[in-house]
Design a protein. Structure first.
Length: 512
């Protein structure tokens, strides 16, 4: 069974090679010599190094206290989540699944072997509690696939102890820099090994790519086209869908919601900017994104309902709770969650999902740009955003004309969907149009929240009717379900009462 550990560390290089004296660093009472450990790790990747390109490492390591398989996923600079699995001869399937969005149908092969002689020091405070582990690693790297030769180097690594304050690493950093130690130029041992053992042809390719990246950064302040802005937004959402895959599989908080939002943003962008990206190409991809969003939504909608109903029940005075309402609600939520979870994992492993990811990659690599893509953002993007806003306006006006009831509920739900689309369009245009687009995105987010609370109330009341019927059939009191239903009805009514004023302020802001 895999376990996850948050790894916070910094890597350094030194011409001297050894570890400077750290006893004077604030907080450190003792530096304990833990001896030398011999580590032997084989790193796995695809033949085209897709994991390395995403700063992901997958290795089988022996030696030390944590021998086994280690998958490291980047969180932010210097921070990674390390997922560990016991030693085995082949890559554990649980780790294979966590990199599937990167690997797709590719095959994982050994690419580098790293052997390190690690001289370890433990940094402890006055109470004997570990603050960090500092080590000097003498490394030998041997290329196993896609390169040639070997490389050797020495590096210093400082890893924060579990539960210690990350600010402590800043204190160590200051001392190391004073001693002439400098941060490592490579993000990981694997990155350095791949660079130093690459073939001459590969090194030349990497050099050209680096020069291109430098050129792109140098020209970042230059005017860009409408197509450039749309593609930047599309690329960011594609990257989010791929990067969130492991988090969804691990049930990380909000991961399903975030992936679903990324799919919706992409689909909305294709529809809003159909004059920029050819809908004949993006249309089929949008259809698949709609499918994926629906699969993600099944579990996410249930989570939202569960949280809402549980909170509402907790707020009720005990005198208004009649029968095993809490137990029935918990059983309902657990059954729905289990079914949705099993289905979603199947979706993420399905050929259909992997084909969608390939289609997104192809679209980003060779975008189907139309003539308007070369136009000025102030004209092309603003026109598309205004068109979406007008659709929201028409839908809200129409919904508010309806009497309270199903017709108004449906109308407000449609307005909510168009509100999200307008928000995403404004986000896309924000870097080009500046304050006006950012203000619109903020207004649409607030409106979306109000309409979302109304829709959540509609869904909660539907669920309460179902639970009430089941409870009644089982001979239980349906009283509490009715109380909760009435409260939800009241929440929806308050949202409907607030909407005209909220909408009026949005229109005044937009000078409509």
């Amino acid at each position: 069974m895999a376990e996850t550990k948050r790894e916070i560390e910094r890597k350094y290089e030194s011409d001297e090679g050894g570890l400077p004296d750290l006893t004077g660093v604030a907080g450190i009472a003792t530096v304990l010599d833990k001896g030398v450990v011999e580590l032997d790790a084989t790193y796995y990747d695809t033949s085209d190094l897709r994991l390395a390109a995403a700063s992901i490492t997958l290795r089988r390591r022996t030696g030390g206290s944590d021998a086994g398989w280690h998958l490291k996923l980047p969180v932010e600079t210097g921070v990674r989540d390390e997922i560990r699995s016991p030693l085995s001869d082949t890559v554990p399937e649980e780790l294979v699944r966590l990199v599937r969005s990167r690997v797709r149908e590719g095959r994982l092969v050994p690419v580098v072997r790293l052997r390190s002689s690690r001289d370890v020091r433990e940094l402890v405070d006055g109470k004997g509690r570990p603050l960090a582990e500092a080590s000097v690693d003498a490394v030998r790297a041997d290329r196993l696939f896609g390169g040639e030769g070997s490389a050797r180097w020495t590096e210093i690594e400082v890893e924060l102890a579990d539960g210690a304050d990350p600010a402590f690493l800043d204190k160590v950093d200051k001392r190391l820099r004073k001693a002439g130690v400098r941060p490592s130029a490579s993000s990981s041992k694997l990155a350095r090994a791949l660079s130093e053992t690459a073939s001459k042809k590969k090194r030349a390719q990497e050099k050209r790519a680096q020069n291109e990246r430098v050129g792109e950064k140098a020209g970042a302040g230059d005017p860009v086209t409408a197509g450039d802005h749309v593609l930047a937004y599309v690329r960011a959402q594609r990257d989010a869908i791929v990067a969130l895959d492991p988090a969804v599989r691990q049930e990380a908080p909000d991961s399903v919601h975030d992936m679903r939002v990324a799919t919706r943003r992409l689909r909305s962008t294709f529809r809003t900017f159909r004059k920029v990206l050819d809908p004949a190409v993006t249309g089929p991809v949008a259809d698949e994104l709609k499918w994926l969003a629906g699969e993600l939504g099944a579990g996410r909608d249930q989570e939202v309902l569960d949280e809402r109903l549980t909170a509402a029940l907790d707020d009720l005075p005990r005198t208004l709770v009649s029968g095993p309402v809490q137990a029935r609600l918990r059983a309902w939520a657990q059954a729905r969650h289990h079914d949705a979870r099993r289905r979603l994992l199947g979706v993420l492993d399905s050929p259909r999902h992997l084909t969608l990811l390939d289609a997104l990659d192809a679209l980003v690599a060779d975008p189907p740009l139309l003539e308007a893509a070369g136009g000025k953002p102030a004209k092309v993007l603003a026109k598309a955003v205004r068109k979406d806003f007008r659709k929201v306006s028409a839908l809200i006006d129409r919904a508010l004309e309806q009497p309270p009831g199903r017709a108004r509920d449906v109308g407000l739900h449609e307005a909510r969907k168009k509100t999200k689309r307008t928000r995403y369009a404004a986000e896309t245009a924000g870097p080009a149009l500046g304050g006006s687009a950012k203000a619109l995105a903020k207004s649409m987010k607030s409106l979306q929240s109000l309409l979302g609370d109304h829709q959540d109330s509609v869904m909660a009341r539907r669920t309460l009717r179902e639970l009430s019927a089941v409870a009644h059939a089982a001979g239980e009191s349906a009283f509490t379900y009715g109380v909760l239903y009435g409260r939800e009805e009241g929440r929806a009514g308050l949202a409907e009462e607030a909407l005209p004023d909220v909408w009026k302020r949005v229109c005044q802001q937009m000078e409509v």
